[in-house]
Design a binder for this molecule. Sequence first.
Ligand code: AMP
Ligand code: MG
Length: 413
Amino acid sequence: MDCCSQPGLMPIEQARSLLRDSASLKTQIQTVSLEDALGRVLAEDIVSPINIPPFDNSAMDGYAICAEQLPNNKTLPLSHKVFAGDTQQLALESGHCVRIMTGAPLPPGCDAVEMQENTEINADNEQQITFNQPINKGKNVRLKGEDVKQGQVVIPAKTRLNSSHIGLLATLGINEISVQSLLKVALFSSGDELIQPGKTLKHGQIYDSNRFAIRALLAKLPVEIIDLGVIADDKQLVTEAFIKADQVADIVICSGGVSVGEADYTKLVLDEIGDINFWKLAIKPGKPFAYGKLPNSYFIGLPGNPVSAYVTFYKLAMLVIAKTCGWDYKEPLAIPAKSSQDFKKSPGRTDYQRGFASISASGQLEVKSTGAQGSAIFTSLTEANCFVVLEQDRGRVSAGEMVTIEMFAEPIL
Ligand code: AMP
Ligand code: MG
């Protein structure tokens, strides 16, 4: 069966572009210190206030010279020493060399540094240094501005700051950064069967895992989590939960209750208080998905089945979160890999199967399944290191065929 013979199923890319187009910024600009900037989204371009390096300096411990002054006998008298951190600028005495340490400013008149391992101190006169190799101008010199020019945009607005950005900001001497405020995300689970981990299960009950998995995903994002717990399958309680969540949050995320069961009050309630679309997505796992606007916030209704909730959060909710907090989110690279086994698949929905990618003995990137792929089977997710993305119209995959994988990536380096 292809997608056209399943009327009403929305292709995943269509859903993704609807999400991208509809969501808009919910956060405000605030200033944070460098210490608090990791993981935050830049509100403005970072323009370098200085050159990096700020001055010409030595890349080696050795001797600084003027390359064209090196005589044929390759020996130069030593004038003075310069250390990293020296702020005074003593110029090169013509026809001399200067003892220099890594990171020390290059004395005026010098244009090259020879590493000490390629030199010899004269046995009779330690003020005479012999250079064993020819030296070209620029050797072992780190030039002012060679990394960053003053005025250059070094990190564009909408970037989420990772550890390397923090290092660069410190290099530039920037200690106050304009970022987006944390997005407020309210989260709850819906279902009478759900109980808190740690309690004893009665027959018919299961532990509420979605709230914890989604919380764990949210914890890595630039958001403030408002955990509203589990809401029972009761119209009044569901209504109260949505109204409360909408008042305190920019995004409300709920899992469960978005399909068509008799206890699924979500649709009933949301139709009364918001403008929500209930989609049946051509994606596996994860068919039912709800998205739209409440009076104050965006609403995302994830499917109840745990792997479906996880996958739809990853592929869909992430887009709304990124857009609403002004983050130019780059999704993991889709990479071609060879399937090392058959993958069951029927045409009609895009599959996000859970797989394990590795490099074979011959150097080929290959992927195998992590086992049963049911939408409630979480173990195939925990054992995986990638999604195997099998296109909507594709059927069964035989071992040896190429497939697309998306490696699991931490949003922060
Ligand atoms: P629903 O969409 O509410 O019909 O739920 C679909 C399936 O997902 C049912 O088997 C639920 O018991 C299960 N489910 C719903 N919410 C959760 C949750 N928070 N944690 C674990 N399983 C859940
Ligand atoms: Mg339910």
